[in-house]
Structures are given as C-alpha cells and as structure tokens.
Design a protein around this ligand. Sequence first.
Ligand code: CO
Length: 151
Amino acid sequence: MAIRNIVKDNDPILKKKCREVESIDDKIITLLDDMRDTLSVSNGVGLAAPQVGILRRVILVDTGDEILELINPVIVKQSGHQDSLEGCLSVPGIRGHVDRPKKVTVQGYDREGNLMEYKAQDFVATIFCHETDHLDGILFTDKATGIGKEK
Ligand code: CO
C-alpha cells in the first residue's frame, strides 16, 4: 500500500479517456489499495484512477459510511436535477456549480469481480457522477458555472 501523487491542474492525462479493466489482476488490486491510501490522506470524497496517473476505469466513492470501489462503473439510470457545488483534488482551490442528477443508479465490479449496483442521491449521487466523468477526461470545471476561488 502506498500513497500516490495526485495529478493536478492542466496535466493532459486528466483530459484523456480511460480504458476499461479487462481482468482484475494484481496491478488493479494494488491500484485500488493505493487509491484508498491516497484518498484517506487527502481531503476528498472520491478519487478516479486518472487522478493518480492511471488511465483505467476505476473509481472510489466515499459515501460517508464506507468507501466503495468500482471497476468499469456505468451510470445506468439517472433522474432529477440538483445544483451541486463541487471541487476536485486535481483542481485545488477552485469551486463551481454543476447541474447533476438528483438520483443515480450505478453498476460496476468490485475487486472480487462481482457486478454491484448502487443507488445514490444528493451529495453521493454527485460524487458518482464527478468520478465517472473523470474516466472520460471530463473535469467539473468543464461543466461548471460560477467558477471561483475556494473561500
Ligand atoms: Co475530481
């Protein structure tokens, strides 16, 4: 287990589309472990693999109760809208408002290869959307209005 550096700001890696994970091998397990360590020492609520420089479809979401690990996550259902005030570990010091779904249903594989489904709303729905966007090279600043410095 190790803490990895978080890729920041205008690094082109953050704009790239990530590849799907085809098999959950030792490298992916180590990535998940390291992402957990990295998230635990940062002040974040989620982390996507490209933020540690790995272009694979892997995210972590901190629901407040637990940290969910999702491999190849897909938002299979969404409804409603919310105005979400967001920041990002890769874009430090900046916040902005993003129009996000109020509720989402997300599917993805856990580290044992089980297909899992999670339903989330409000803040946790936002985290799922924000982290999944990272896998397609989309930052919240690409979608946000009223971007400003964190107070
Ligand atoms: Co982010």
